[in-house]
Design a protein around this ligand. Structure first.
Ligand code: ZN
Length: 187
């Protein structure tokens, strides 16, 4: 199974955008979904470099990012594969994703999926929608989930070989293990 290395880099970014903008519980704590400039500035740090700077320069970036995050969450958590595929296809169309090769300084050509027009939010939308399509194609439709740890509704994208992921983070994996250990001792 060959998946563009882009996808493994983008999967955690997709989950992070969705979680920053839509989760009310993360890692056992109540959190406030980020909106507006707080959302765009925080996510720009995750992106880093020129992409992050370009994102902050988009007018009303936070609102557009929040819309993108909502679309991504609905696609990730769609109950039926046909519904999920339809949502991902709609995003690919809406954000005008198209494959083209890009050469970064000192690196070999690699494949990107956003058109040359549009804002950085639209570029991200195209990249992320295509990444989800490649994951469904390469790994199947069951690789997206919500963290099973107590008081956490963060989403994750599971790119493990054996589809074993159940938690959003190492911290939640540890919390769930501790909780299971305690309940066994009480039993
Ligand atoms: Zn979690």
């Amino acid at each position: 199974m060959e998946i563009a290395c882009n996808v493994t880099r983008q999967a955690p970014l997709i989950a992070e955008l969705v979680n920053l903008a839509t989760a009310h519980w993360r890692g056992g704590a109540s959190v406030r979904p980020l909106v507006g400039e707080e959302l765009s500035a925080t996510f720009a740090v995750q992106l880093g470099g020129r992409t992050g700077a370009d994102l902050c320069a988009v007018p009303d970036a936070g609102r557009h990012l929040a819309e993108l995050a909502t679309e991504l969450r609905q696609a990730l958590l769609a109950e039926r594969p046909a519904d999920q595929a339809a949502r991902i296809n709609a995003m690919i169309g809406r954000y005008g994703a198209q494959p083209y090769l890009v050469e970064d300084v000192g690196q070999p050509f690699h494949l990107h999926f956003h058109g040359s027009g549009g804002t950085q939010v639209e570029a991200l939308g195209g990249e992320f929608a295509t990444a989800l399509a490649l994951i469904v194609d390469g790994y199947g439709p069951d690789r997206f989930g919500v963290c099973e740890a107590h008081q956490c509704e963060a989403v994750y994208i599971d790119l493990t070989r054996n589809a074993s992921r159940r938690y959003c983070s190492a911290a939640c994996t540890a919390r769930a293990k501790t909780a299971a250990y305690r309940s066994r001792r009480h039993a």
